[in-house]
Design a binder for this molecule. Structure first.
Ligand SMILES: Nc1nc2c(ncn2[C@@H]2O[C@H](COP(=O)(O)OP(=O)(O)O)[C@@H](O)[C@H]2O)c(=O)[nH]1
Ligand SMILES: [Mg+2]
Length: 335
């Protein structure tokens, strides 16, 4: 029987499902085991997790890369930073590098010829005060990619699919990368909540946002209408112009929403709020989850907490099980 899991558990499960190495699997499974409720109804799940953990540890000992045969699967993988990792996907000249150039300080090549981008190039963009990592990628050419590129999309928190409203091949440009993802066992979805299949070999759901770039070009509005009519309401398509900046704040907001996280500001007793670097937690996270993030070893001993902002009175004392909301200020009291 399915056990209703906490948001932190579901995040760890997402990391487990997207893992490309045994060590990532081990870390995610250890976290899942820590977070699974320890009662009768979850005994079967706990046993299954322990078995998977044992397998992943064995795999790690052998130094193997499950399924990938130890190939160059991580050539295009970039360590995650910020509130989430968004990996760009698209054919040549759609404007992927231009998006990075417009929103981050990453050094990317913007050029009028294909293959100006050879490697994965990360940069940090922002939605308000939340850092979100964007990763520029080489193009897909007529539905084909370099070996190893798929691993970057498998590991991504969100895929940003970029198409060019001035391209004659607009519809192919939309469809071919999606088909390529599906061929490689990824299932694009447009909602933040992921439903994992019990069968771990089933297609992995991946959050994906489509942006139609070059909205500044002649005929762009008509082309967008035509495309939307053709593809229906399945995936959201946001018009943007990397050149003029139109739609980029809306795009960052949409990415933040898709990541399904909240930002929490910490406040030390008697000190002002730290507005510099908010803690990032999944939607639905509790005061206890925050305590664990701040102070792994003391989390279980949390004495009390006060919260500002949101649905409670400012400075109100709350229980460890209290569910946090975006932009809450939290003061934790440890012994
Ligand atoms: N008009 C217009 N041109 C753009 C826009 N974004 C990118 N371009 C141009 O499209 C070409 C390809 O851009 P690039 O970012 O290198 O595409 P990539 O191959 O997907 O990385 C360059 O000549 C860019 O100047 C846009 O929003 N509007
Ligand atoms: Mg490029």
């Amino acid at each position: 029987m399915a056990v209703n899991q906490s948001p932190m558990y579901r995040k760890a499960e997402e990391r487990y499902r997207s893992a490309s190495s045994p060590s990532e699997k081990v870390a995610a499974l250890e976290e899942m085991l820590r977070l699974v409720p320890k009662h009768k109804a979850s005994e079967k799940l706990q046993a299954a997790l322990k078995q998977k953990l044992k397998n992943a540890r064995d795999e790690m000992q052998k130094g193997g890369h499950a399924k990938h045969g130890g190939g160059h699967h991580d050539t295009y993988q970039v360590p995650k930073q910020g509130a989430g990792q968004v990996v760009l996907l698209g054919e040549a000249n759609t404007g992927k590098s231009s998006i990075l150039a417009a929103l981050t300080s990453a050094k990317v090549e913007v050029a009028d010829f294909p293959f100006s981008t050879h490697a994965a190039v990360p940069g940090m963009a922002h939605h308000e005060d939340v850092p979100i990592q964007l990763v520029d990628m080489p193009p897909l050419m007529a539905g084909h990619a370099q070996p190893g590129m798929i691993a970057a999309y498998r590991a991504a928190d969100v895929i940003l699919h970029v198409i060019d409203l001035s391209a004659i091949e607009l519809i192919d440009q939309y469809e071919r990368p999606l088909a390529w993802l599906r061929e490689h066992n990824l299932r694009p979805v447009s909602q933040a909540d992921l439903e994992f299949d019990e069968d771990e070999d089933a297609a992995l759901p991946k959050r994906l946002l489509v942006v139609a770039n070059k909205s500044d070009t002649p005929g762009a509005a008509d082309n967008l209408e035509g495309l939307k009519e053709l593809v229906g309401p399945d995936l959201t398509i946001l018009p943007i112009s990397a050149k003029r900046g139109d739609g980029l704040p809306e795009m960052m907001k949409a990415l933040y929403d898709l990541l399904s996280v909240i930002r929490i500001y910490a406040k030390k007793p008697g000190k002002p709020v730290d507005k510099e670097s908010p803690f990032i937690l999944p939607v639905g996270a509790t005061v206890h989850d925050m305590a664990h993030l701040v102070h792994r070893d003391l989390a279980e001993k949390l004495k009390s907490a006060r919260i500002w902002g949101g649905t409670v009175h400012d400075g109100q004392q709350v229980h460890a099980t209290h569910v946090l909301t975006d932009k809450n200020v939290v003061e934790l009291h440890f012994p």
